[in-house]
Ligand binder design. Structure first.
Ligand code: DAT
Ligand code: MG
Length: 141
């Protein structure tokens, strides 16, 4: 396996609940290197590009609204196998069924909302990682 980069988002619920440190600690404790990090409120353009694959799904509008509602933290992490490795640290999409020990399983829960709020995003393939890094950190070599 070769060194990879992945794009991680600490979503607005992670920022609002002051879980940035806890989540970044888990990424670093696993041995991944954080090579870029920026907190900002996402623009509609960034979110439309980031979530293009979900356009047309019932949760798309609430997803984009939630992701743009408050600041998030965009992170690039590096390491061998980091794309799969961070998805494993994050746990499965729904925090109710995400395994204990994972970020979503330990720190998340479900709410009666039209979109699942689950603290983090992680790229799901090398192609997604390259595309998403260019959205959040344009021009990053
Ligand atoms: P993941 O973030 O685990 O890669 P995804 O790419 O399928 O999941 O979906 C993006 C986000 O959209 C996900 O983190 C939470 C939300 N979401 C996904 N499926 C949903 C559903 N069935 N109902 C509500 N929100 C959903
Ligand atoms: Mg996804």
């Amino acid at each position: 396996m070769t060194t990879q980069r992945t794009l991680i988002l600490l979503k607005p619920d992670a920022v609002q609940r002051s879980l940035r440190g806890e989540i970044l600690r888990r990424i670093e404790a696993k041995g991944y290197e954080i090579t870029a990090l920026a907190q900002r409120t996402a623009t509609a353009e960034e979110l439309a590009a980031h979530y293009a694959e979900h356009e047309g799904k019932p949760f798309y509008a609430p997803l984009v609204e939630y992701m743009g509602s408050a600041p998030l933290v965009a992170v690039v992490a590096e390491g061998e196998g980091v794309i799969e490795g961070f998805r494993s640290l994050a746990g499965s999409t729904n925090p109710t069924s995400a395994a204990p020990g994972t970020i979503r399983g330990d720190l998340g829960r479900e709410w009666d909302l039209p979109v699942i709020q689950n603290l983090v995003h992680g790229s799901d393939s090398p192609e997604s990682a390259a595309r998403e890094i260019e959205i959040w950190f344009p021009g990053l070599a």
